[in-house]
Design a protein around this ligand. Structure first.
Ligand code: ADP
Ligand code: MG
Length: 332
């Protein structure tokens, strides 16, 4: 007999696990054929285009099982993918979940992981329509594919920023990075939800897209410097970012007192905030502020798009801020 204490993924087997997952997925009218056949069948809304993105989360590269409880790991696995659809102004719809699982992982872990994943799915109108399941000899490996849809003229790319546009960000920056640093130091006295349970800014992004005010957009996964850097490259523009205008949370500022000076580098180059960075013509300032007020999301103007070929960060006295790090890079 299996129970909470002796049941592992190996006891249940691949097909047992797939049917366990299938049982926890709700039917959805927009999914014609979901989990169970060789491929899923879905119908796009008339005149919309398909947006697709995929992300991998590897144990000990992107998460540690000792830090990330399975429920929030499940939530985050899908949230980071949904954030990519949001960053395009898309409506998230369908997801595929591929997992390679160490055989001795408990079923309780997988059950909690799946409840987190499916909670984030239902909060964002996403349905799980398939995936792949196998065993892993090298830790837990999670791969999530997300699909969304949108009318062609409401899709926002990285390539549309125009010289003179304002640069905006939602929410606050650096909280995930501060959380990670304090976790590494073994301190739990900082709110870790931004790191462990990020909220994809779907509704704010859709409101922005529908307002037709935004020229380019990206989600901030590797720090504003690196991510605005992508907008700057793909739009062939530069940028000025004002250090003092970066939005910092109260809890970030409180922790910052323990540092010799405010650790702006965390806000500039820390990963995993999953806020939005976007550009818009300065004539749209009021529209954007009102639109974000309705969404209940903080929004801050942090700089301007320039015609230089680089992105500069300025101190309040107009001198250049020097930073020795420019975002998280793999293979560094
Ligand atoms: P195949 O061998 O044809 O690839 P599988 O046995 O891998 O089929 O999968 C059977 C069904 O279960 C498919 O619909 C697949 O999409 C789904 N599936 C497999 N693993 C998962 C998972 N981790 N999450 C959701 N659906 C899954
Ligand atoms: Mg398969």
């Amino acid at each position: 007999m299996t129970n909470k204490f002796n049941s592992t993924v190996a006891n249940l087997g691949e097909f047992g696990l797939i049917s366990r997952i299938t049982d926890s997925v709700k039917n959805d009218v927009n999914v014609i054929t979901g989990i169970g056949d060789d491929a899923a069948v879905t119908a796009l809304s008339p005149n919309m285009q398909l947006l697709t993105s995929t992300d991998m989360l590897l144990e000990d590269v992107h998460f540690r099982r000792s830090w990330h409880d399975p429920y929030r790991l499940g939530r985050k696995s899908l949230a980071v993918s949904i954030s990519d659809i949001a960053a395009m102004g898309g409506i998230p719809r369908w997801s595929l979940l591929s997992i390679a699982i160490p055989p001795h992982l408990s079923l309780e872990f997988i059950d909690n992981f799946m409840s987190g994943f499916l909670a984030t799915a239902s909060e964002n109108g996403v349905v799980l329509i398939g995936g792949d399941t196998c065993s892993s000899k090298a830790g837990l490996i999670i791969s999530v594919t997300i699909m969304g849809e949108q009318y062609p003229d409401l899709i926002i790319r990285r390539s549309g920023a125009v010289v003179g546009d304002d640069i905006w960000v939602t929410g606050t920056l650096g909280d995930a990075s501060m959380g990670l640093k304090l976790l590494e130091e073994g301190r739990g006295d900082f709110p870790l939800s931004r790191l462990l349970d990020p909220t994809p800014r779907v509704f704010a992004a859709l409101a922005l897209s529908e307002s037709r005010t935004v020229t380019s957009m990206i989600d901030i996964s590797d720090g504003i410097l690196a991510d605005y850097g992508h907008i700057s490259e793909q739009s062939a523009v530069g940028g000025l970012i004002y250090l003092e205008d970066l939005p910092l949370s109260d809890s970030f500022l409180k922790q910052a007192r323990c540092f010799p000076s405010i650790p702006y580098y965390m806000a500039l180059s820390g990963g995993e905030d999953y806020e939005l960075c976007f550009t818009a013509n300065c004539s749209n300032r009021e529209k954007i502020i009102n639109c974000m007020k309705k969404s209940g999301i903080q929004v801050t103007r942090i700089g301007i798009v320039t015609n230089y070929s680089k992105v500069d960060v300025l101190n309040s006295d107009g001198t250049n801020y020097r930073s020795d790090t420019d975002g998280f890079k793999h293979f560094k």
